[in-house]
Write a protein that binds this ligand. Structure first.
Ligand SMILES: [Mn+2]
Length: 176
């Protein structure tokens, strides 16, 4: 049966104590996307009401152990694996994150930690780092979050800055 509506995901990460921007993004997209994700290092309490309606995992700077280290979320026919990345050694190698994504049969693997935006396919999985919404590192000096729109035959990815403007150089279409 054909899907009529594309699924839309909002993804942010590494807000490092900036609760206001997470709140702002949440309010902006609430009811307009199918799911919201924060990939860790918020440095906020896991019980914060901000997390109502957001899938969130624990980063290396999150001292609240009530956060899960990883989640696997099923959204329609799309399996989404989410983790911060430090526990899989992504500073050093893709190997462990690749194995985990394969093990849980993830269509999309969301991660953070590196503060560098990324959307690349390895194996059968699209790996997405939304960048950091507070502390960019690397070549791209923009605080970013990502919006993924999942169509039947491709996934459209756009990155946005803190003013909610598209950062066009990173816009991509990935075949499914
Ligand atoms: Mn971080």
């Amino acid at each position: 049966m054909a899907r009529t509506e594309p699924q839309t995901l909002l993804v942010m990460s590494d807000s490092h104590g900036d609760r206001a921007i997470v709140q702002e993004v949440k309010e902006r997209y609430l009811g307009k996307v199918d799911a919201m994700f924060h990939n860790g290092d918020s440095e906020l309490d896991a019980k914060d009401s901000l997390w109502d309606g957001i899938y969130v995992v624990r980063g290396n700077c999150d001292y609240d152990s009530a956060y899960p280290n990883q989640l696997v979320v099923q959204l329609g026919d799309v399996t989404i694996a989410q983790t911060h990345g430090h526990l899989y050694g992504i500073n050093f190698s893709w190997m462990r994150l690749d194995y985990w994504a394969e093990e849980v049969e993830a269509d999309i693997c969301l991660y953070g930690h590196l503060h560098v935006p990324d959307a690349t396919v390895r194996g059968k999985t699209l790996f997405v780092n939304p960048g950091s919404i507070r502390q960019p590192r690397g070549m791209i000096k923009e605080c970013l979050y990502a919006i993924l729109t999942i169509f039947e035959d491709h996934i459209h990815i756009e990155y946005y800055n803190r003013d909610h403007q598209v950062y066009a150089p990173l816009t991509k279409d990935i075949p499914r």
